[in-house]
Design a protein around this ligand. Structure first.
Ligand SMILES: Nc1ncnc2c1ncn2[C@@H]1O[C@H](COP(=O)(O)OC(=O)CCCC[C@@H]2CCSS2)[C@@H](O)[C@H]1O
Length: 322
């Protein structure tokens, strides 16, 4: 049994490292502990557009990353500790979260915090969620990972998980939104480092945890995986299951109704309906045609409209698309 405190804070790198270890370390049980800079992590089968506030994440530059496990969307920052268990998978315990969640609850208990497992995959304190968990199984091995909200900035990151007001229709997995809280609020005094130490103790018991060291060649492979998969728009946005979107909004004093069909993150069909005044300024027939094929991104749609109209009108119209 070995452990690794992942040294980087880049969400794309850390997801690549986790996948690399899951795929290549077949004979060892591993515990990884890791934190990311502000970021949003969506589940493998989710529609990112349905889960995050696209305008906000594009404007603020918060990275959005798709992971390799199912489940919903969570936010990460330096106050959120992630753990990953990589071990053999016992087919009798398919989708059993208990053996992985139990040491985490014990670690919290050793700090004096009483937490409990809730539903299939959450850990909560007094009914408020502090941890979300997800799993994937491959070749007789299991990767189980989870979050721990220690002292995360719940408010500002929570905003990024509130999409605009349009109506989506898709087969994507939807997040189960919960009230969240920080573990720190239930402690008189403790740091996130102490929480890490308690987790190692709960998992390894009296056995001395052995640190895992990766070679330069392995680290190079991780960087390549980050570039080839985790950082790409095709993986993070383009993997969203196809969906339809409808929204009614206002631009230049006119009511606008937008209908979109999006496939692989690209606009595949577009309908814009507005009254005569606005129609003269935007030529909706032409816009509908030209928008097909462009990435469904706030920046791309805004740039499209701002080529032919005033910036404030372009911004208002773009708002009707998200
Ligand atoms: N960091 C964090 N921890 C716990 N709960 C969170 C967090 N961020 C948001 N939320 C709440 O969970 C729901 C989504 O819950 P839902 O149950 O839909 O999804 C999950 O929990 C997925 C957990 C994935 C864990 C991985 C481990 C390493 S990489 S990410 C969201 O709407 C918020 O209400």
């Amino acid at each position: 049994m070995k452990y690794l405190k992942m040294p980087e804070s880049d969400v794309y790198y850390n997801l690549a490292l986790e996948e690399y270890l899951f795929d290549h370390y077949k004979d060892e049980d591993l515990l990884l502990l890791w934190k990311n800079h502000d970021s949003i992590v969506v589940g493998k089968y989710q529609n990112v557009y349905q889960e995050v506030n696209i305008k906000q994440v594009e404007e603020s530059g918060i990275p959005v990353a798709r992971r390799n496990t199912g489940g919903g969307t969570v936010f990460h920052d330096k106050g959120n500790l992630n753990y990953s268990f990589i071990t053999d998978h016992d087919p009798k315990t398919f989708s059993d979260y208990e053996p992985f969640v139990e040491p985490v609850i014990r670690a919290l208990g050793s700090l004096g915090v009483s937490a409990e497992k809730r539903n299939k995959s959450d850990i909560a304190i007094q009914g408020k969620k502090i941890s979300g968990n997800a799993q994937t199984i491959k070749g007789g091995r299991i990767l189980h990972h989870g979050t721990l909200l220690f002292d995360a900035d719940l408010e500002s990151l929570g905003d990024a998980l509130r999409p605009g007001s349009g109506v989506f229709s898709s087969k994507a997995v939807e997040s189960i939104r919960s009230q969240v809280t920080n573990i720190k609020d239930y402690l008189r005094e403790a740091t996130i480092d102490q929480l890490e130490t308690c987790l190692l103790k709960a998992y390894f018991g009296d056995e001395k945890p052995q640190p895992l060291a990766l070679s330069d060649a392995e680290l190079e492979e991780v960087s390549l995986l980050r570039e080839a998969k985790y950082i790409t728009w095709e993986w993070n946005y383009g993997r969203s299951p196809e969906f339809s979107f409808q929204k009614t909004g206002w631009a230049g004093g006119s009511k606008v109704a937008v209908e979109l069909h999006v496939k692989k993150g690209l606009i595949a069909a577009c309908g814009i309906c507005c009254d005569e005044d606005l129609e003269q300024k935007i030529d909706s027939q032409c816009a509908q045609r030209l928008l097909v094929g462009i990435p469904y991104s706030y920046t791309a749609v805004y740039e499209f409209f701002s080529q032919t109209m005033r910036r404030d009108l372009a911004a208002a119209l773009t708002d009707c698309f998200f």
